[in-house]
Design a protein around this ligand. Structure first.
Ligand code: DC
Length: 211
């Protein structure tokens, strides 16, 4: 049996993960999973339920009992939060929720199960190559200059992005890190077509090595 193909894409906000993920998905006939949206959905639910974000056990308990569904938009406990997860309130709350070790263990298990159910996938996040799928066929770590990343996320604002990057890189559980065997790609000066061709070549090499 051929192994399900998992492509891991990590990197900070605005580094180009989603754009690359979408382009690869259509070429490889795989689905994409934005794992950031799993943390955002949990943050949205915590805000709706008025749970104190710093109450680690209460937020952990919420994660354990919540039901996520990404097959019809982004749904949590039967509520469609596809738009809400991009709100200022969720932008401000999500890094605290993502730093909660209980939340991470529940969501990492859910992300692995998603890949199993979908026959692999293009999975993007912060810890995909390092923690969630250490055996991914290809691991990519995208970066871009801070000004460029802020331009791509103009609706959020530099300050909010800087704050999230700082929290995501310094938390004790699974901080944003590059796996030692990841390919580093600086997308600042590259067009999407250039990034896609470089990555498709890496995937061909990885698949060839597997045969
Ligand atoms: O990619 P994003 O901006 O939507 O991510 C939202 C938050 O979730 C951000 O604070 C980083 C965090 N995150 C994480 O800790 N691990 C992941 N695999 C994906 C996102």
């Amino acid at each position: 049996m051929t192994e399900a193909l998992v492509i891991a894409i990590d990197g900070p906000a605005g580094s180009g993960k989603s754009t690359l993920g979408r382009a690869l998905a259509s070429r490889l006939n795989l689905q994409t999973l934005d794992t950031g949206a799993t943390y955002r959905a949990m943050a949205a639910l915590a805000l709706r339920r008025n749970i104190e974000l710093t109450n680690l056990d209460a937020i952990g308990e919420l994660a354990r009992s919540a039901v996520l569904d990404f097959d019809h938009g982004v749904r949590i406990d039967d509520i469609d939060v596809s738009e809400e997860i991009r709100s200022d309130a969720v932008n401000a709350a999500v890094s605290v929720v993502a730093a909660n070790a209980l939340v991470r263990s529940v969501l990492v298990a859910w992300q692995r199960d998603w890949a199993q159910r979908h026959g692999g996938g293009i999975i993007e996040g912060r810890d995909i190559g390092s923690v969630v799928f250490p055996d991914a066929a290809v691991k990519l770590y995208l970066t871009a200059r801070a000004e460029e990343r802020a331009k791509r996320r103009a609706d959020e604002g530099q300050e909010s992005i800087d704050r999230r990057d700082r929290l995501d890189s310094t938390r004790s559980t699974s901080p944003l890190t590059m796996a030692p065997d990841a390919h580093l790609i600086d997308t600042t000066e590259l067009s999407i077509d250039e990034v896609v061709s470089a990555v498709m070549a890496m995937i061909d090499v990885a698949r060839g090595a597997d045969r």
